[in-house]
Design a protein around this ligand. Structure first.
Ligand SMILES: Cc1cc2nc3c(=O)[nH]c(=O)nc-3n(C[C@H](O)[C@H](O)[C@H](O)COP(=O)(O)OP(=O)(O)OC[C@H]3O[C@@H](n4cnc5c(N)ncnc54)[C@H](O)[C@@H]3O)c2cc1C
Length: 536
């Protein structure tokens, strides 16, 4: 919602573009290897990921601009790696606010300051704040520069039918309807996913107690980019407030509604202004401010049982809805897009068997269930669902006033990339490794090399990372790149590697296999497994 007198997209700081529907429609292609429904952040990321694999896609979106209002603001380090790999990172680095620190307060007193792991070995900071409008704008700019992507605005998918080895979509735009056929469809059509409904699929899971008003406020407040959580503050007894800084002097203030607060009343502009003013007084801000946008939110953990329905793959919010407190909705969806893009690329080019695609749903649903487990803990701490939880939470917070260890309970679980340990594509080893070495299925950790970051040295496809030049030569017959590093390289330390160790890295930078002493035949077997079976 926006203040009275301002239109839906009349922002204090962001100029919403208007996108026309496709002109000269008769000359446009009516088929593509991949059709993507939805040009939100996840659909555009998938299109860019496919283009990186050399695959053409057509993206349809019903809207004529980016999402209105403010939604996701926290982008995790791993997502920045994804944005880097799809060639979209430059404007994000310029605009987003990187951060590492959070502070929690109980009844006005600080009980915790946490620092997320960070070091110069990391190319990116653990977290960045950036409004979703900018995320979409920057992805769209990258899409504009990519000839393999055809993005059609004001184009709604109104029906879907399976046909032979493909899917026919009915596209409805201002000039009427037309059929469009694709070998594969990515449903990136958001939480209300019309495709999910057309296919008769349902999200399953839990809804949580607790409603939050989410307000974006513009103000020249000079507090650093540190996330603040206020538990039981004077201005909102019994409730929780979260405060985040965003670019352009925009601040996100999330405040919990009491059970007896009427939602309609709470969302009236005057009420929101009064509540925000009380929060600002609580944090000792007495300068000017204006209201940009507000909305109401309650947490859910919902997912499809299977992210695939025939030739349709569900990615992003269409497949799962996670509580926003763990900042995982968008981040989780970006990893879905990255995962399915390389797999479709390898299959469509004929470099991998179609069975590779069977791994998308187990890998990404596993990641969602992991997010649910962590996010549920944060949601229960932020908004205790029962009197018992409330009692326990308050006891922990009270204890934290005098005993710092208890403050750790108020530490939100950070977003870490999921380890595909149970994936059918991952080869589990029995070698001896240090406890800190990344496991098979984990995202490759970064390291600083003499020539830049390790993450910058990975190829576009599979990479064999080794410290033994002979081993690298022995896999020359396989379609994988090689990266040979000196055995005393900092990467060896991070990876717990020795001179004979080797790692097979997937195109999405997850470790497909690792060996403390690899042989060429082991590498070939692991590569075959990681593309879903023998090459066609
Ligand atoms: C208040 C709020 C705060 C959040 N904060 C965070 C955060 O800090 N970090 C985080 O990771 N996540 C956060 N999220 C979640 C994040 O916003 C979503 O996960 C993300 O937008 C999902 O992107 P998507 O592309 O899957 O879906 P969407 O962004 O919803 O995009 C779907 C697109 O599909 C289009 N579409 C729908 N139906 C059709 C059709 N039939 N034909 C054609 N097009 C269609 C829509 O127009 C839309 O553009 C937040 C969400 C909210 C609501």
């Amino acid at each position: 919602m926006r203040p009275a007198g301002r239109a839906e997209t009349e922002s204090l700081y962001f100029s919403y573009p208007h996108f026309d529907a496709p002109q000269d429609r008769a000359s446009l292609p009516v088929s593509a290897p991949v059709a993507i429904v939805g040009a939100g952040p996840i659909g555009m990321t998938a299109a860019l990921g496919l283009a990186r694999e050399g695959i053409r896609s057509v993206v349809f979106d019903t809207k004529a601009t980016f999402n209105d209002g403010s939604r996701a603001i926290c982008i995790a380090r791993q997502s920045f790696h994804i944005l880097n790999q799809i060639g979209a990172i430059a404007p994000f680095m310029e605009k987003a606010l990187g951060w590492t620190t959070g502070r929690s307060f109980y009844r006005g007193r600080q009980i915790l300051e946490f620092h997320m792991p960070d070091s110069p070995a990391e190319k990116f900071r653990p977290m960045y704040n950036l409004q979703q409008q900018y995320i979409e704008q920057f992805l769209w700019q990258a899409v504009q520069n990519e000839p393999l992507i055809d993005l059609r605005w004001q184009s709604t998918i109104t029906d879907v039918a399976d046909v032979g080895n493909g899917v026919t979509l009915t596209v409805t735009d201002p000039s009427g309807s037309y059929p469009f056929t694709a070998d594969w469809v990515l449903a990136a059509d958001g939480a209300r996913s019309p495709l999910r409904k057309i296919r008769g699929l349902r999200l399953k899971g839990e809804n949580y107690e607790g409603r939050y008003v989410i307000a974006d406020v513009q103000m020249p407040h000079d507090y650093p980019t540190i996330r603040r959580a206020l538990f039981d503050p004077d201005c909102r007894r019994g409730g929780t407030i979260l405060i985040h800084k965003q670019p352009d002097n925009i601040w996100r203030i999330d405040y919990q509604l009491r059970d007896d607060e009427d939602e309609t009343e709470a969302l009236r502009e005057e009420t929101v202004r009064a509540s925000v003013a009380a929060v600002l007084a609580e944090i000792d801000y007495d300068g000017p401010w204006d209201l940009e946008w507000w909305s109401v939110y309650s947490a859910n953990t919902l997912a499809l049982d299977d992210y695939r329905d025939g030739r349709i793959f569900f990615i992003g919010d269409s497949a799962h809805i996670v509580p926003i407190f763990g900042v995982r909705g968008l981040n989780n969806g970006l990893a879905d897009a990255h995962n399915i893009a390389w797999k479709l690329g390898w299959v469509l080019r004929g470099d991998a068997p179609v069975t590779l695609l069977d791994s998308y749903s187990p890998e990404r649903r596993g990641a969602t269930l992991d997010v649910f487990a962590n996010a549920s803990k944060s949601a229960r701490f932020m908004t205790p669902p029962t009197a018992g939880w409330q009692l326990m939470r308050d006891a922990a917070l009270n204890l934290a006033l005098d005993h710092p260890f208890a403050g750790q309970l108020a530490n939100p679980r950070q977003m870490t990339p999921y380890t595909y340990a149970d994936s059918p594509l991952v080869t589990n080893d029995e070698g001896s490794w240090s406890k800190t070495a990344p496991l098979p299925g984990a995202a490759l950790p970064d390291a600083i090399l003499e020539t830049g970051h390790l993450s910058d040295h990975l190829g576009q496809g599979f990479t064999l990372l080794t410290f033994d030049p002979e081993l690298a030569k022995s896999v020359g017959h396989l379609p994988i790149g090689t990266l040979t590093l000196p055995a005393d390289s900092p990467a060896a330390q991070v990876l717990g590697a020795t001179a004979r160790s080797a790692f097979l890295i997937r195109p999405d930078s997850h470790i497909a296999a690792r060996w403390s002493q690899a042989t060429p035949s082991q590498i070939e077997a692991a590569f075959t497994k990681s593309i879903g079976g023998p090459r066609p």
